[in-house]
Design a protein around this ligand. Structure first.
Ligand SMILES: [Zn+2]
Ligand SMILES: [Zn+2]
Length: 395
């Protein structure tokens, strides 16, 4: 059977490439994935799945109910592109100016459609159900959270869920899996230092928020080094500083925007607390007011150890143990975390790097591309994972 599995997946390759390129040429931003969503549901309907549209605005859910009762396993892809101008001189480059699939979500969609194509003629052999979740707005919009709120993990109740992301740090042919924590909680903050502006030649009668902001920037960056256990992980970065209008004017206020990353609840809360304490202290020392706004973003993505082991073993059966790598967590964020808060599952990576083809660029780069050899491999990995989870014996 293993031989037939690979044959069936390999025979899909041209189709997968075409699907991926079609999506790649027509990128849509978060919650605007109208065409992508229509494209996805048309294929799912063609495959004879039960299809639900308009979930979380542009999300699509497909369901294949097996003849025999069993567990329900879900797989998920994100559909949104990014506000980037594609710089690749390729025939299938983005046709939409200022928008690009620079995070590989086009590949995720193609792979999931490939899995649907694979299992759809097998309803009779299927014990249990397979659910396909195509969500909008992973890139900051939290589409996954809304999908969960709108009940995609119910009816039928999902027992386990698996998600994938392309990975430019792994060569094509390899996959990577996180044992537990995979991606960080990613929050953002906005700090306003409120001074008192006026002529820059008379600072003694004013309150200079630029100087205070300078101290604050330095001190905020020492929090991770001095308040967090060195064996834990945390990042605090300031990405934007707003303030001032001219060389000879001290402004009334300065605004700092930043991001906070952590892998545990404890570090997350500690960082939030310390950033505000430091801000208060600096503002007080300069006799100024401040405003502190903290916005919680995606939670930590935590794989279920048993499900990670299942992914590793199912994938090893296809590509060999030597091609399955255990990955260290990354401080990036991923809204697949919301599904994993509700049901056990695992998030894994598929290598897309190919130095010979010049495919070496990071995610979110205007030069980003994937080695399309990864498409059938991605399908095969999901087929093996589903097969092992539902105990079908396809492989
Ligand atoms: Zn991304
Ligand atoms: Zn992504």
């Amino acid at each position: 059977m293993g031989h037939r599995l690979i044959e069936r997946v390999e025979s899909m390759k041209d189709w997968l490439v075409e699907i991926r390129r079609t999506i790649h040429q027509h990128p849509e931003l978060g919650f605007e994935e109208v065409e992508t969503s229509r494209f996805v549901s048309q294929w799912l309907e063609k495959f004879g799945l039960q299809v639900e549209k308009g979930v979380a605005k542009t999300g699509v859910v497909g369901l294949l109910e097996g003849r025999a009762k069993g567990k329900t396993v879900a797989i998920r892809a994100d559909m949104d592109g990014l506000p980037i101008d594609e710089a690749n001189p390729i025939p299938y480059a983005s046709k939409i100016r200022g928008k690009m699939h620079a995070c590989g979500h086009d590949a995720h969609v193609a792979i999931l459609l490939g899995v649907a194509k694979f299992f759809s003629p097998m309803k009779d052999q299927l014990k249990g159900n397979i659910k396909w979740i195509f969500q909008p707005a992973e890139e900051g919009g939290g589409g996954g959270e809304i999908m969960v709120e709108e009940g995609v993990l119910e009816n039928p109740k999902v027992d386990a869920i698996f998600g994938v992301h392309v990975y430019p740090f792994l060569p094509v042919g390899k996959i990577g899996i996180y044992e537990r924590e995979g991606l960080a909680a990613s929050d953002r903050f906005t700090i306003k230092i409120i001074g008192q502006g006026g002529h820059a030649a008379t600072p003694h009668v004013l309150k200079d928020p630029i100087l205070a902001a300078g101290h604050l920037i330095t001190q905020i960056h020492s929090i991770v080094g001095r308040d967090i256990n060195p064996l834990e992980s945390g990042v605090v970065s300031i990405g934007k500083v707003n303030g001032g209008v001219a060389f000879n004017i001290i402004p009334d206020e300065v605004e700092l925007l930043g991001t906070v990353r952590s892998l545990t609840h404890q570090v997350r809360e500690e960082l939030k607390l310390r950033i505000e304490q430091v801000t208060r202290g600096i503002a007080q020392s300069f006799g100024m007011d401040y405003r502190f706004d903290y916005e919680y973003g995606y939670p930590v993505l935590v794989n279920d150890s048993e499900m990670s082991t299942l992914v590793a073993s199912a994938c090893s059966r296809g590509i060999g143990e030597e091609n399955v790598e255990v990955l260290k967590p990354s401080m990036g964020g991923e809204d697949f975390a919301y599904y994993l808060e509700k049901v056990p599952g695992a998030f894994f990576r598929v290598g897309i790097r190919n130095e010979q083809k010049g495919i070496v660029h990071p995610l979110h780069s205007s030069h980003f591309d994937i080695d399309e050899e990864m498409l059938p491999l991605g399908v095969e990995m999901f087929v093996r994972i589903i097969d092992q989870y539902l105990g079908l014996g396809v492989t």
